[in-house]
Design a protein around this ligand. Structure first.
Ligand code: ASP
Ligand code: MG
Length: 410
């Protein structure tokens, strides 16, 4: 007998009929002799609808009230799914975040889970019931309702699975797993059978939106085996597991495309100690995360004696306006003569554990892009990732060239 946590996303609980489907699947798992806990999202579109109403009332809604509002979406789903199970002759009990309790910090709209008291869930399971937990929500020390950030039900599911010591956490969604790249760009993209936590973390942060990033962090920390699969079929999905279980001979596991970055260049800065410290210190003070960084000798003299450098980096597009203000504030003091901004860029990345032990992976990536005439504007690497910044118009071409070149296709 195993303890299985199943999480159902918004489309999987998008109608009463689909909830009946979820109920049937949960009962089937229980009939196979397992203990079952469900985590449910709000019905598809509901969170957007709720937040939209708040924003119609006021452009800057109070975060505490936003969370109280958004959390109702999951409350509806949890109660309805519990009712659907009961209507099919099963036993079920729903729980909200504060009923369990799922304790979080007080960072409204992006709270972090601190602890989960699973006592009441165990009681429900002992009585033969299926536990149905409202995802996305928790409660802080003072009893305020909090939410975990968009897509946060994934994190609820993995955290509850960790707290229960569950044997597996199944994430049911509208795709049947994690793919080697976006199948809409590359029709030969293949479903990945097993991916390590580390690789999934890189892929998720590069915009592969199947799992909330934080859920992968929690899964890795507590070593929860996660399976991403479709709620509309019975085909096996993608397992996200420990590295030693995920190893295969492939060097590159997947190709990711990130359209959310913008390039910033400070032209003609002084080439002396403290210059980049000043620029990036000012960005860090405003909590702006920087990804790729390049410093190169400047072609433009800044009119003073001594050499000058161009400092290039990327930030999230949503941080670009704030970045411009900060750059304007430091430019003169670092000797810079101009600042340039370019939103017409994308980041293509290859990810794979095998890169650690194989030489020449980055070289092959650059060669594949060169062969297509794609110019690389910036490069960033981690132990298991190489990313290149290229002009937007080459996005799809680059993804396909890398996917084919590393032979990831079916
Ligand atoms: N309902 C929330 C959202 O739309 C949480 C989730 O679905 O995971 O972001
Ligand atoms: Mg989701």
């Amino acid at each position: 007998m195993a303890l299985i946590v199943q999480k159902y996303g918004g489309t999987s609980v998008g109608s009463l009929e689909r909830m009946q489907n979820v109920a049937a699947r949960a009962r089937k798992t229980q009939e196979q002799g397992h203990r079952v806990v469900l985590i449910v999202s709000a019905m598809a579109g509901e969170t957007n609808r709720l937040l939209g109403m708040a924003h119609k009332l006021t452009p800057l809604p109070d975060a505490r009230e936003l969370d109280a509002l958004a959390a109702t979406g999951e409350q509806v789903s949890a109660a309805l799914v519990a009712l659907a199970i009961q209507a099919q002759g099963g036993k079920a009990k729903s729980f909200l975040g504060h009923q369990l309790k799922i304790m979080t910090d007080s960072a409204y709209t992006k709270a972090r889970i601190l602890a989960i008291d699973a006592g009441r869930l165990h009681e429900a399971l002992d009585s033969g019931a299926i536990g149905v937990v409202a995802g996305f929500q928790g409660v802080d020390d003072a009893g305020n309702i909090t939410t975990l950030g968009r897509g946060g039900s994934d994190t609820s599911a993995v955290a509850v699975a960790a707290a229960l010591g569950a044997d597996a956490c199944e994430i049911y969604t509208d795709v049947d797993g994690v793919y080697t790249t976006d199948p809409n760009i590359c029709p030969s993209a293949k479903k990945i059978d097993k991916v390590s936590y580390e690789e999934m973390l890189e892929l998720a942060s590069l915009g592969a939106k199947v799992l909330q990033i934080r859920s992968v962090e929690v899964a890795m920390k507590y070593q929860v085996p996660v399976e991403v699969k479709s709620s509309f079929s019975d085909t096996p999905g993608t397992w996200v597991v420990r590295e030693d279980e995920a190893l295969e001979s492939t060097v590159v596991r997947g190709v990711a495309l990130d359209k959310n970055e913008a390039r910033v260049m400070l032209v003609g800065c002084d080439d002396k100690p403290g210059v980049v410290a000043k620029i990036f210190g000012a960005l860090a003070d405003q909590h702006i995360a920087v990804d790729m960084i390049i410093q190169s000798p400047s072609r433009h003299s800044n009119g003073r004696n001594g050499p000058s450098v161009d400092v290039t980096f990327t930030v999230n597009k949503s941080d670009l306006e704030r970045t411009k203000l900060i750059v304007a504030g430091v430019l003169e003091s670092v000797g810079g003569t101009a600042a340039e901004y370019d939103e017409n860029v994308v980041k293509v990345s290859i990810v794979g554990l095998g890169m650690r032990s194989h030489a020449g992976v980055a070289a092959k990536m650059f060669a594949l892009l060169a062969k297509e005439g794609v110019n690389i504007q910036a490069i960033a690497t981690s132990e298991i990732r190489v990313s290149c910044l290229v002009e937007s118009k080459y996005a799809e071409l680059s993804v396909r060239a890398l996917h084919d070149g590393f032979e990831l296709g079916a």
